[in-house]
Design a protein around this ligand. Structure first.
Ligand SMILES: [Zn+2]
Length: 431
């Protein structure tokens, strides 16, 4: 009799707790801060930054630290063949496809402590908040910590089947090939086809990340609703003139490749800024030959980059730039040729339905927000190929990132984590 009364009481109390209004769920910002600090000690550099490049000893330690926390939070943790850490939590309806969220904990060399860890640790915080409030979602959940994001979104790329045998042979920042690196963290590069997810395998993927730029801070906005991650195209522009004696060749008969290249640098800037929109164009590399004080440059190779959310726009800007180049070539009696370089990054748009949920969450919490695009690459852009994706940005102080000076305020991180939680719950409620 006593025993059944006890069971009855337990049932009543769990039902009562299950009725905690989901909108009032609160994450614990202090716990996020504690963990950011703990993780920052792994691979800590004397300048206050962090060196936790993928597949390094520090990366392994960071992963072990994180896996232990995930297990402690009751997640069923596995490492997939690409080395991604996946923590699963059951939902009420196992027939539904999981809602996934997460980020990465590897860093660039001499990096900061917020790019990646903010989204990863906040993802874990969501799980713990749900645990503490005895909330079981309808959908199964997956917290994913992607392997080697900074080395070219390797873990998330593997999930969409885009890591080629050539890519596996390339050398990562750790000094190991990508293939050996994947082995080091418990994956198997020979079985990457088994980690590929197809369209429909995930209900959604959401990622919280620092902005890595200064727009939110400058405009005093708290939440960035990411519309998409920009596409990137690279070209090498080769300008050829005539190398000649810098002392004896009169100015009016020179074919100076660097002078023409300089006009080309300005032309790119003019083309990109003469159109409405948020496109960016950069000449970030210049190789001058022969490269001497006393020789008129005969050849210059420029590294040209254009980024935008629209692939068509990238190419229409490039066509305009090309026609300016032919004018410059004609006027300077040089030749200018372009070749595409590297692998293009296809723009990835986030799902409008998830953007809307992020906005509802921000509004309900009284947070200011703005739409924005991401100029930096993220795991979300890969997962966008197979699932509806949402991204939440929080301000980066001074717009600084990939630097020991990278910093985001605790209050902003807490806001971002709460928005992430409410967005997750809104996706979960949707039938
Ligand atoms: Zn990142």
């Amino acid at each position: 009799m006593k025993k059944s009364l006890l069971v009855c009481l337990i049932l009543v109390s769990s039902v009562a707790r299950a009725q905690v209004p989901l909108l009032s769920l609160k994450i614990n910002p202090q716990r996020i801060q504690t963990r950011l600090l703990e993780l920052s000690k792994i691979g800590e550099l004397p300048n206050g930054g962090v060196g936790r490049v993928a597949y390094s000893k520090a990366d392994l330690e960071g992963r072990a630290y994180f896996i232990a926390l995930m297990k402690k939070a009751g997640l069923d943790v596995t490492i997939d063949y690409a080395g991604n850490i996946i923590g699963r939590r059951k939902g009420k309806n196992s027939a539904l496809k999981p809602i996934a969220f997460g980020s990465h904990i590897d860093s660039v060399p001499n990096g900061g402590n917020y790019d990646g860890p903010v989204g990863s640790i906040s993802g874990l915080e969501l799980i713990e908040t749900l645990n503490e409030n005895k909330v079981v979602t309808e959908h199964p959940l997956e917290l994913i910590i992607f392997a080697n994001e900074e080395g070219g979104t390797v873990g998330s790329g593997a999930m969409i089947g885009k890591i080629t045998p050539t890519a596996l042979k390339s050398i990562s920042q750790s000094g190991l090939t990508i293939a050996d690196g994947i082995r080091t963290i418990g994956g198997n590069p020979d079985s990457l086809s088994k980690v590929v997810r197809k369209k429909g395998d995930l209900t959604a993927f959401i990622e919280l990340h620092i902005e890595q730029g200064g727009i939110l801070m400058t405009e005093n906005q708290q939440i960035g609703v990411v519309e998409g991650i920009v596409g990137i195209e690279h070209w090498d522009a080769t300008i050829e003139g005539t190398p000649n004696h810098a002392g004896t060749t009169p100015m009016n008969i020179r074919r100076d490749a660097l002078l023409a290249a300089s006009k080309l640098v300005i032309a790119l800037n003019e083309v990109v800024t003469s159109h409405e929109g948020r496109q960016v164009g950069t000449v970030g590399k210049m190789a001058v030959e022969p490269g001497a004080y006393n020789v008129i440059p005969g050849k210059v190779v420029l590294g040209v980059e254009i980024r935008d959310l629209s692939y068509d726009k990238i190419w229409s800007l490039f066509r305009e730039f090309e026609s300016r180049a032919s004018q410059i070539a004609k006027a300077s009696e040089t030749t200018i040729t372009f070749t595409q370089s590297g692998v293009p990054v296809i723009p990835a748009l986030t799902a409008k339905t998830i953007q809307d949920k992020i906005i509802v969450a921000a509004k309900s919490l009284g947070l200011s927000y703005r739409y924005m695009q991401s100029g930096a690459g993220h795991d979300s852009q890969e997962i966008a190929q197979i699932a509806p994706v949402g991204m939440v940005f929080i301000p980066s102080v001074g717009g600084i990132s990939h630097s020991p000076k990278e910093f985001s305020k605790g209050v902003d991180i807490g806001n971002g984590a709460t928005v992430l939680l409410q967005t997750l719950l809104a996706i979960d409620r949707e039938k």
